[in-house]
Design a binder for this molecule. Structure first.
Ligand SMILES: Nc1nc2c(ncn2[C@@H]2O[C@H](COP(=O)(O)OP(=O)(O)O)[C@@H](O)[C@H]2O)c(=O)[nH]1
Ligand SMILES: [Mg+2]
Length: 442
């Protein structure tokens, strides 16, 4: 996500960041680099101009250059202004009580609306415990209804559809009645898109809007199309009122332009970011966290939230107790590994950590290696997992065969586990911060 922009901005500020003293010239030079980095990332040129002017004015005023650490101050200003640019404090969906909260998806064909319906449905279900239905109102592409049926089922949402034979406006109205009748908490309405913003599309959208009175109209914008994405959003903003933006396809080689200009150009906030084809690749968009991620300051909050969701406090305490009493077994190790993997590809997770993002570069964390470790542990008997010391030569051979690996791999795992246990004992013994301290308990 934003790798190129992130690299260039960090390079532009790298010099400034490390200096103890700064002159006006240094700031001007850095701002020229920042300007180029933003333009290269396809950020709207008016937005860039305004942005660099504001940063420069702040950096050269308020005694920043005379302060104790001017470099850090300048980086902080850039981070704050990037946050402002992307929408400041951010905004939540307007959830209606009593339901159903009605959300209308709009956007061009292929922008990611149908996918976003599924992702948002899953998000509302998992994060807010909501009972969600999705309505299939794209009747022009035969496959569109089937696609929503599939995505909706994956997301655990009810799919309200009537095939492709009816008028989409009627379907929307029918779906809303049904959602009320079924007492759903939310109804997400998928609509059709065209290749360009045209009158017919806007009329249909306006009509669906009139009949369903959505609490939020979300425009799905394909971040990969860079400047075009912003133009589309601007056109939509002119003719149809929408409330917020879902930026899709922020994975890939998105240059970041859309994320950085859409709020400034349309005045509408980005609510969610879609970062892959899987339903779980979807997160709330937090301008402040995103700015910090782009500047390589790490997105610790998202990381912590992700971890919290996966591991509740009791589990953490159990684990710590086991480590203290030296009862940590290979079964626990396996469970830990699964927990970490549930959070998504390890590489993504590491990238969010401060300072790691850039250094990780193109290093790939080997998921296959983790598969191997898992297979080896799963091929052990419960007794072996509880007490790896009993794993002798013949057991090693059996485990290697069972896991499709070799004796060396098994030996290595046993050895590494022993080292890890030793390390954990030291941690628990107070030589390093305790696990409980690390997980926030006391
Ligand atoms: N890489 C990536 N692909 C996406 C994302 N969102 C949607 N897609 C893909 O983009 C294509 C169009 O998405 P779709 O939801 O059908 O768009 P719609 O025409 O607006 O409904 C599909 O192949 C999706 O799998 C995303 O966040 N990342
Ligand atoms: Mg669709």
């Amino acid at each position: 996500m934003f790798d190129a922009l992130s690299d260039r901005l960090q390079a532009a500020l790298g010099d400034v960041r490390s200096r103890g003293k700064l002159t006006e010239d240094d700031v001007n030079k850095a701002m020229r680099q920042v300007r180029l980095a933003l333009l290269e990332a396809d950020v709207n040129f008016k937005v860039v101009k305004q942005f660099t002017a504001t940063v420069k004015e702040r950096a050269l005023g308020q005694d920043v250059l005379e302060s104790l650490n001017p470099g850090q101050q300048v980086v902080k200003i850039v981070s704050e202004e990037l946050t402002q640019l992307m929408g400041g404090a951010g905004r939540d969906l307007a959830l209606a009580k009593p339901g159903p909260t009605v959300i209308l998806m709009a956007g061009l064909q292929g922008s990611g609306k149908t996918t976003a319906c599924g992702k948002l449905a899953r998000h509302l279900r998992e994060e807010h415990g909501m009972d969600v239905a999705v309505a299939a109102c794209d009747v022009y592409r035969p496959a569109a209804v089937d696609q929503l049926i599939k995505v909706g089922a994956q997301a655990g949402a009810h799919v309200y559809e009537q095939g492709t034979g009816r008028d989409p406006v009627d379907i929307a109205e029918w779906a809303l009645d049904r959602a009320k009748h079924d007492r759903r908490d939310a109804l997400i309405v998928d609509t059709s898109g065209r290749l360009h913003v045209d009158e017919e599309l806007m009329e249909e959208l306006a009509e669906i809007k009139k009949r369903t009175r959505p609490h939020d109209v979300l425009l799905v914008v394909d971040a990969m199309t860079g400047q075009d994405a912003v133009n589309v959003a601007e056109q939509f903003a002119e003719v149809a009122n929408f409330d917020g933006v879902i930026l899709s396809k922020l994975d890939g080689d998105a240059r970041g332009g859309a994320a950085l200009s859409v709020k400034a150009v349309t005045g509408k906030p980005i609510l969610y970011a879609s970062t892959g084809e899987k339903l779980g690749d979807f997160e709330r968009f937090h301008p402040d966290r995103m700015a910090q991620r782009i500047l390589g300051m790490g997105d610790v909050m998202t990381l912590v939230e992700k971890a919290e969701r996966q591991m509740d406090e009791r589990q953490a305490q159990d684990l710590e107790r086991k480590i203290r009493k030296e009862q940590f077994t290979l079964d626990d190790f396996l469970e830990q590994m699964k927990q970490v993997r549930r959070m998504g590809p390890i590489g993504n997770l590491l990238r969010m950590m401060p300072g790691v993002g850039q250094q990780l570069g193109n290093l790939n964390v080997d998921e296959k290696e983790l598969d191997r470790l898992e297979a080896i542990i799963l091929s052990m008997t419960p007794a072996e997992r509880a007490n790896p010391k009993i794993i002798d030569g013949s057991r090693r051979r059996r485990i290697a065969r069972g896991s499709g690996t070799n004796v060396q791999a098994v030996s290595q795992l046993v050895k590494q586990f022993a080292q890890m246990k030793k390390l954990m004992k030291q941690v628990a013994g107070g030589k390093m911060p305790s696990l409980q301290q690390l997980t926030g308990g006391r």
